[in-house]
Design a protein around this ligand. Structure first.
Ligand SMILES: Cc1cc2nc3c(=O)[nH]c(=O)nc-3n(C[C@H](O)[C@H](O)[C@H](O)COP(=O)(O)OP(=O)(O)OC[C@H]3O[C@@H](n4cnc5c(N)ncnc54)[C@H](O)[C@@H]3O)c2cc1C
Ligand code: FES
Length: 272
């Protein structure tokens, strides 16, 4: 259940360049560190000083939290004006954000089933916190983590994920691991698995990738949670700019990615 959105002004404690386009930004924010669940996001004001440009906040998944230290990190890629401005922020400065927002992943309570995490590109961001929480709550178990990127130099967090399971890589250009999309690796992986004990799947990435994941896992009848993305304005359920089409009995309805999501079950989303 999502909590009431809080506007916070948090101190940036660390800002690290991971690849030419990816950064990890850490803030001191005990209120979020103690309450965010994996898959939730924060809505960040990227403008600098008193400027209102860009006016709209930008959503970023909670990448990890450390409740003892009161720290929260996000992982992001520079793709446009907002993220370019965010990249200029320095430790010691203040970040204006709302959070934690949205409905995160539904965590399994028993450890019987293997777990399969799959992410494309920067979308590894929410899976790190998810992998850690799964390991903490269910103990070390059979977790497979599939990470895809365009090229080896754009792979992020591979070493950190090894702490939580068996990591397998796919790159579009074949510079590391399986050559091709990470969904190709997913198909291979499912074929190798014990048919009597197939995994619970958690996926994060661009909508086109999630659609492909959904097609594959639905064909194998695998329960799959996907962390969806939509362009967002308010981030708190007031504007309907982030509508996602889902099944509703024999019909369809629209729900808000920022409020009812971003996590949905793959078989409830109407993929277009
Ligand atoms: C729930 C949620 C969680 C997200 N988590 C992360 C994260 O952890 N790390 C990360 O790097 N990005 C994440 N994103 C995407 C991120 O919000 C966008 O990349 C960011 O808003 C771009 O802002 P900008 O001003 O730099 O780019 P803009 O100038 O606004 O846009 C640049 C490009 O990014 C595309 N874009 C803009 N907003 C989105 C969006 N919401 N989803 C998909 N494409 C978008 C535009 O179509 C355009 O092609 C998340 C999005 C959502 C909805
Ligand atoms: S962004 Fe306004 S309702 Fe989701």
């Amino acid at each position: 259940m999502s909590q009431t959105a809080r506007r916070l002004r948090s101190h940036i404690t660390e800002h690290v360049e991971l690849t030419p386009i990816a950064r990890r930004l850490t803030i001191h924010e005990p209120a979020i560190a103690g309450s965010a669940t994996p898959g939730q996001f924060v809505h960040v004001l990227c403008s600098s000083g008193r400027s209102l440009d860009p006016l709209l906040r930008r959503p970023f998944s909670v990448h990890d939290v450390d409740p003892a230290a009161g720290s929260v990190s996000i992982l992001y890629e520079i793709v446009g004006r907002g993220t370019a401005l965010l990249a200029e922020k320095r430790p010691g400065e203040t970040l204006d954000l709302l959070g934690p927002l949205g409905e995160g992943f539904s965590l399994p309570t028993s450890s019987g089933r293997p777990i399969l995490l799959i992410a494309g590109g920067i979308a590894v961001a929410p899976l790190h916190y998810l992998a850690r929480r799964l390991a903490e709550t269910m103990g070390v178990q059979r977790t497979t983590i599939l990470i895809g990127a365009r090229s080896e130099c754009l792979l992020i967090c591979v070493e950190q994920f090894r702490e939580f399971g068996d990591v397998r890589i796919a790159t579009d250009d074949g510079t590391a691991g399986h050559r091709g999309f990470v969904t190709g690796l997913l198909s291979e992986c499912i074929e190798e698995m014990d048919e009597e004990n197939l995994p619970l799947v958690f996926a994060c990435g661009p909508m086109a990738m999630l659609r492909a994941v959904s097609r594959i896992t639905n064909a194998h009848d695998l329960k799959t949670q996907v962390s969806t993305e939509a362009l967002m304005a308010c981030g708190v359920g007031a504007c309907m700019s982030c509508a996602i089409k889902v099944r509703d009995g024999d019909g369809v309805k629209y729900v808000r990615c920022c409020k009812e999501g971003p996590m949905f079950y793959a078989d409830e989303v109407v993929w277009e």
